[in-house]
Design a protein. Structure first.
Length: 187
């Protein structure tokens, strides 16, 4: 089953205005698949009824991106979702995130090996296909698979990803671009 056919209830959603400004990360409390509507636990300030927005949903097995519009029926506000996509091209939108995460295991030959001391990283941005984070110089190499844990809106997430590129910074750190392998919303 593709992520677009999934029930997004209890998934984390990043909500951005049309200028790409991150407004809030919250939890989806109700998803009506037939009408493509979601309700969230906290509505972002700054969005009014009929405002357009972008929604990045951390769904299983892969994240989804939607254009959305704020609607109101009977006193309840919700997001109507349009033009959803499960994957994106390399030039598509990256959404800024500034949160800490931990890499607690490397995966070799499909087997996880726990790190004695988890690697502390900072998530820079996220997209429907992957994540970019900052870590100390040469923490990982291209092709490495790993487990990462992070918390957004009091929801713990675990993901498995693979390093596809990295760039060294002049500040004793490297930025790593990674492709999602799997996201677990159940932890």
């Amino acid at each position: 089953m593709s992520a677009l056919e999934s029930d997004f209830t209890d998934c984390t959603v990043f909500i951005y205005n049309n200028n790409g400004v991150h407004l809030i990360s919250t939890t989806i409390t109700n998803h009506e698949r037939a009408s493509k509507q979601i309700q969230v636990s906290v509505m972002p300030e700054g969005l009014k009824v009929n405002d357009d927005c972008m929604l990045l949903i951390l769904s299983t097995p892969t994240p989804c991106e939607y254009h959305g519009k704020v609607k109101k029926v009977g006193g309840n506000q919700y997001f109507a979702m349009f033009q959803g996509q499960e994957k994106e091209s390399r030039t598509s939108k990256r959404y800024p995130v500034n949160t800490h995460a931990q890499i607690d295991a490397l995966i070799v030959d499909d087997r996880p090996y726990s790190l004695q001391t988890p690697l502390e990283v900072v998530l820079i941005n996220i997209s429907t296909t992957g994540v970019r984070f900052r870590a100390p110089f040469y923490s990982l190499e291209k092709g490495d698979h790993f487990h990462m844990h992070f918390t957004i809106s009091n929801n713990k997430k675990q993901l498995t990803a693979q390093v596809v590129n990295f760039t060294d910074n002049k500040t004793e750190s490297s930025d790593y671009g990674c492709r999602f392998q799997e996201i677990d919303n159940t932890i």
